[in-house]
Write a protein that binds this ligand. Structure first.
Ligand code: UDP
Ligand code: MG
Length: 626
């Protein structure tokens, strides 16, 4: 790890028990990257940590790296290949994040730091957690499991200058216990692992992944083999940034045919680990176009430098949170949205919501003691407010400039053109629009209004194969992560339970017949605000109504009538949890051992991942949206 030396000041390096205790005694929040000797600290997050340190410049925030192999207290973390970040406040564990998930790491650092400050400054109670990695399995209470699990290592940002390829350590090599050895060799050869995931492909996924080979004789065997057990999916670039990591990786793994590999390139990975052409241990993207498709297939949230124009724009874009408070949201919404659009912002997420007092207190954590808070509270809870995530270059600063001074009187005097002056309500002292203060705040505030959620989506039996493919493509285009995907022939009992709230409706029997009449493609989709987002994509229940209200929606375009309406989506957080449990089972009932036997597409660890978020921010009141 050549870059390590430079980082000494950013992260304290801890390699023995004594240094570990010293770090734990440090006042404030310490974020520790626990790593294995053989793979070194996680480099993917360094620039993020540096940015956070620069932006927050906070004396109470510390970073450290700790080698699990040489610190007794970290014994239970040895041999785990997934990056793990432990958050300590006052020497006690307050949060855990697994996976190099940059946006989530950023959110958690901001959150945990502000919580630790509340503890230090106002003597609040520190909420200590127990990591299931550090205790016996049977002692883990359900509560610990839900908020300790985190999102998987997606959302990693590839620097614009880097090219990348997708590598797979196939089920044969993983089953033979060769994965860590291969990963070590990959790193020694100068490849950089930008993301890593252990994943058992389902048959459907294997078929889709190798679609371009479906006329070849080996296709069926290949599908069976690839879905026979867990694989390791890696996104690779090179430390010495050569222009073509795709070719470099293909050279490194050697010829497809293992006999040829052994003869002509005995040092190649396939020569060493492959046993026959089908079981050739490794995969590499054929060219950079395939690399980008394969990346999107495995890591839908991975933002990449190449790709569509939209992607490039998004990469430079920054996000900020805008709030339009109830009074003006009712009266002036269209006018304000028009000005937002004219100023080059894209509205990438939007929701209208009524906040409870408790939620306002949570959102304005740092303002609750200020004189103007009661007035602010009143104005925030008066009716539905509009929350928007705005993107463009320098979005945070640009939106602040558009808003003008926070003090409405000053806004009117100094800058009558600014939004807060234009949309002041009479003599009301509270300004009517909000914007995030910094990119760090933006990230916290966005996750407050748009927490990452899971929803159960289904493609119903009336959808044709063509429709199915189209729907899947649109799901990926909208950047949902597909956490699970399984084609299922549902039993009558399951459908009856699934639609139990409709038991007394006149269409119930028909609905059950229909849902059992053929296979449904059942999915768990994950995204910020996923429940509403997916329902918006589906459109109204009745396609005739959908054609009028939402002509681009899936039901408007694909459905034939109100019963045969092609897609399903959960209608609330509560339903989503219930439905996922009914269709895919309760993740907490699985032990680690049996989940690896299972042939599903669950991301590497956990289906109920984002409870962490909800736990931090209080549950959103997202009841029925249909
Ligand atoms: N349905 C129907 N007739 C109706 C209402 C609903 O056949 O008048 C069917 C339709 O397939 C719908 C499902 O029942 O998708 C569940 O109804 P719900 O009101 O939950 O609609 P959704 O949440 O699917 O939009
Ligand atoms: Mg419904």
């Amino acid at each position: 790890m050549t870059a390590k030396k430079k980082e000494v000041t950013l992260q304290v390096s801890v390699i023995n028990q004594e240094q570990w205790e010293e770090v734990l005694a440090t006042k404030g929040l310490t974020v520790v990257d626990v790593y294995q000797h053989w793979c070194g600290p996680c480099r993917a997050v360094l620039s993020l940590l540096r940015k956070i340190k620069n932006e927050l410049g906070d004396d109470l925030l510390h970073f450290a790296t700790a080698e699990a192999d040489s610190i007794d207290a970290l014994e239970k973390y040895r041999g785990k290949c997934e990056p793990t970040f432990l958050f300590y406040g006052g020497g006690e564990l307050v949060a855990v994040l697994r996976g190099a998930n940059a946006p989530l790491l950023q959110r958690m650092i901001v959150e945990e730091l502000s919580k630790e400050k509340l503890v230090l400054e106002e003597g609040g109670e520190r909420k200590v957690v127990v990591d299931n990695g550090l205790m016996d399995e049977e002692k883990i209470s359900q509560e610990d499991v839900t908020h300790l699990h985190s999102e998987d290592g997606e959302n990693i940002i590839v620097p614009a200058s880097k090219s990348y390829t997708v590598a797979i350590i196939k089920p044969d090599a993983v089953a033979h216990g060769k994965a860590s050895e291969i990963i070590m060799k990959i790193q020694d050869a100068g490849f950089e692992i930008l993301a890593q995931d252990e994943w058992t492909l389902t048959e459907v996924q294997a078929r889709e992944f190798y679609q371009h080979k479906d006329t070849e004789a080996c296709f069926e065997d290949l599908v069976q083999f690839m879905s026979s057990g867990p694989s390791h999916i890696l996104v690779l670039s090179q430390l010495e940034d050569s222009a073509n990591v795709v070719q470099a990786w293909l050279d490194f793994i050697g010829p497809t045919n293992t006999d040829e590999a052994k003869r002509e390139k005995p040092a190649s990975l396939r020569a060493q680990y492959g046993t026959q052409t089908l079981f050739n241990a490794l995969h590499g993207s054929e060219d950079s176009d395939r690399a980008s498709r394969e990346l999107a297939f495995f890591f839908p949230n991975f933002s990449t430098p190449s790709g569509t124009e939209q992607d490039v724009e998004e990469e430079h874009a920054e996000r900020t949170l805008a709030l339009i408070r109830p009074d003006v949201a009712r009266e002036n919404r269209e006018e304000i949205l028009a000005q937002i659009n004219k100023s080059g912002f894209q509205v990438c997420l939007q929701r209208e919501t009524v906040l409870t007092e408790e939620q306002v207190r949570h959102f304005y954590l740092h303002h609750v003691d200020e004189d103007h808070f009661p007035a602010l509270l009143q104005s925030m809870t008066r009716g539905p407010l509009l929350a928007l995530v705005l993107t463009r270059e320098h979005a945070v600063q640009h939106w602040k400039d558009m808003l003008g001074p926070a003090d409405v009187r000053r806004a009117k005097e100094e800058n009558p053109e600014c939004l807060r002056a234009q949309f002041a309500v009479g003599d009301h002292p509270v300004n009517q629009l909000h914007g995030s203060e910094s990119t760090m705040e933006a990230s916290r505030e966005i996750s407050f209004f748009f927490p990452v959620q899971q929803t159960l989506a289904a493609i119903k039996p009336d959808a044709t194969q063509e429709h199915k493919e189209m729907i899947l493509e649109e799901i990926r285009d909208r950047r949902f992560s597909i956490r699970r995907l399984e084609e299922k022939l549902l039993s009558r009992e399951t459908v009856e339970a699934f639609y139990k709230k409709h038991t007394d409706r006149p269409f119930f029997n028909q609905l059950v017949e229909f849902m059992c009449s053929g296979p449904c493609l059942m999915m768990v989709l994950e995204k910020e605000n996923a429940i509403e987002e997916w329902r918006a994509m589906m459109g109204p229940t009745d396609p005739d109504q959908a054609k009028i209200a939402s002509p681009n929606s899936l039901r408007a375009r694909l459905a034939s009538d109100i019963l045969h309406n092609s897609v399903h989506g959960s209608s609330s957080q509560h339903h989503s949890e219930e439905e996922i449990k009914l269709i895919f089972g309760d993740p907490s009932e699985h032990t680690e051992a049996d989940s690896s036997d299972e042939n599903t597409t669950e991301g590497p660890k956990d289906a109920s991942s984002d409870n962490h978020q909800q736990h931090l921010e209080g549950k959103h009141h997202q009841e029925e949206v249909d």
